[in-house]
Write a protein that binds this ligand. Structure first.
Ligand code: SAM
Ligand code: SF4
Length: 471
């Protein structure tokens, strides 16, 4: 699984605690689990920073926590069910430890608001994604038995001045949030309702954060937003407009040894200027996550994606032209409202044409309040949605394997991220194209965070296997 991905199954429910923290520095302890997309994991780092400044230190053990937080996701029904199950478990623990406060953060908090407090009585506090600054006050209120809810969305909040406390899983790669919210109205999607209007963060604060990360030894930054290509910030002091292409360039110039990744791009917004900027800088990774959702123009129109199949294919051609060898991945949804067998075949054929290296694949899950829920009937039977999804997954498996086989014999610059999970005698790293490469440690003196040239000698569907040839 990659770290630069929309929704990393291996990290769902991950408990956070920085390794370096002194246990006695703080009077109280909080425990936080994160679900959903990278944005939530990044937000948990902001929440940790706010709580640290207010006397709460993190713990990995919820049994000793005064405050238990779940940073939640609403994107599909299953995501909400997972969180509900977890909340019921915490409710049981709370019976034994009534002083422990349980809070819901993120998209589910925003979607369900005080329902979680009043009707379902599952939690003590409910805090939406734009209200984290008020968390310490809400904790006090909840502690004194009051209803603690803040789900106000903001047009300005970007948490620009807050230095996130890193979820230090490898010390090599860090998320940097560059914008919040989304102004697109994809008809299936709940994000514009749970995360509010799109707003871009002050470019200077982004640069400052990237420089600090570089000074702390990080080797990669992942610029995050729901739609990074529409980043747009007016530098009033210098009367300068910072677009995403400009921002990418500014971050690339922090240091040639700091890799720059970004996620997610909307096909309608990624410009030639962005593609040329990626091509100009060696340290901007040659990898684009370009979710298509469906290969049928009719379905794309119902989804309100604002492009057709042909337009998307032309965009992919442009990427291949300006950035030969660039890694490409996608998000795909099977069984959207009215999808026919023919629409589904078009999705499969588009996948073949785009030759995606990897995809995140879902079956359609109707979300209350979205445009699709209000306008269309969720009429594809679940069994058909799942059957089609399986065909998409199988095809992606073949495409990923073919893409990996095409790399046999080639040499890639790899950033070493740590030990291979399966074999400690091997290093695991990633190419600029975001492919995972494992190779034997023996024979070369390397450490985490080094760059090394690796020649690919073998592969599986998910991993390249190689030999380090020089560093
Ligand atoms: N902003 C990004 C984009 O436009 O691609 C990511 C949005 S969302 C967090 C990640 C993915 O979840 C989407 O690209 C879509 O494939 C999937 N998704 C969103 N709503 C969904 C729904 N109602 N049912 C199934 N999948 C959904
Ligand atoms: Fe949802 Fe579309 Fe916005 Fe992505 S671009 S977050 S899919 S509305």
């Amino acid at each position: 699984m990659t770290s630069n991905k929309a929704h990393d199954e291996s990290r769902q429910g991950e408990a956070y605690a920085p390794f370096s923290e002194e246990p006695d520095t703080y009077g109280k302890k909080f425990y936080i689990e994160s679900y959903g997309c990278q944005m939530n994991f990044s937000d948990s780092e902001i929440v940790a920073s706010i709580l640290n400044s207010n006397g709460f230190g993190a713990t990995r053990n919820f049994e000793e926590a005064d405050l238990v937080l779940l940073n939640t996701c609403s994107i599909r029904e299953k995501a909400e069910q997972t969180v509900r199950k977890r909340l019921t478990e915490f409710k049981k623990i709370k019976r034994k430890r009534p002083g422990m406060l349980v809070g819901v953060l993120g998209c589910m908090a925003e979607r369900l608001k005080s329902k979680l407090l009043e009707e379902e009585k599952l939690v003590d506090l409910v805090v939406g994604p734009d209200a984290y600054r008020t968390l310490p006050q809400l904790v006090l209120e909840a502690g004194s038995g009051q209803k603690a809810v803040n789900v106000l969305l903001s047009r300005e909040e970007t948490y620009a001045d807050i230095s996130p406390v890193r979820i230090d899983t490898n010390g090599i790669s860090a998320f940097v949030s560059i914008m919040r919210g989304c102004n697109n109205m994809c008809s299936f999607c709940v994000v514009p309702f749970t995360r509010g209007r799109e707003r871009s963060r002050d470019a200077h604060s982004i640069l400052r954060e990237c420089r600090e990360l570089h000074e702390q030894g990080y080797k990669e930054v992942v610029l995050l937003g729901q739609n990074v290509d529409s980043y747009y910030w007016l530098d009033e002091q210098n009367d300068d407009l910072v677009t995403f292409a400009k921002l990418l360039e500014m971050v690339a110039l922090v240091s040639p040894s700091l890799r720059v990744r970004f996620s997610t791009s909307h096909p309608k917004d990624i410009t030639d200027e962005v593609l040329y900027t990626i091509s100009k800088y060696h340290n901007i990774c040659k990898y684009i996550h370009l979710p298509v959702q469906s290969g049928s123009s009719r379905i794309l129109q119902l989804m309100n994606r604002t492009y057709t199949r042909e337009w998307y294919l032309a965009k992919v051609d442009r990427i291949r032209q300006i950035l030969p060898g660039c890694g490409l991945s996608s998000d795909l949804i099977s069984g959207f409202c009215t999808e026919t067998a023919e629409d589904h075949r078009e999705t499969l054929s588009l996948m073949e044409l785009c030759k995606y290296d990897m995809s995140y694949m879902f079956f359609y899950s109707e979300r209350p309040g979205t445009l699709a829920a209000r306008r269309y009937t969720d009429d594809v039977p679940e069994a058909v949605k799942k059957e089609r999804l399986q065909e998409i997954v199988d095809l992606q498996g073949r495409l990923s394997f073919e893409s990996n086989k095409a790399d046999l014999g080639k040499t890639f610059e790899v950033l070493v991220e740590g030990d291979s999970k399966k074999n400690k005698e091997f290093w695991m790293g990633r190419s600029s194209q975001n492919k995972v490469i494992v190779f034997p440690k023996e024979g070369m003196d390397l450490k985490k965070g080094d760059y090394v040239m690796v020649q690919v000698s073998d592969c599986t569907q998910a991993t390249l296997i190689g030999i380090a040839i020089e560093n």
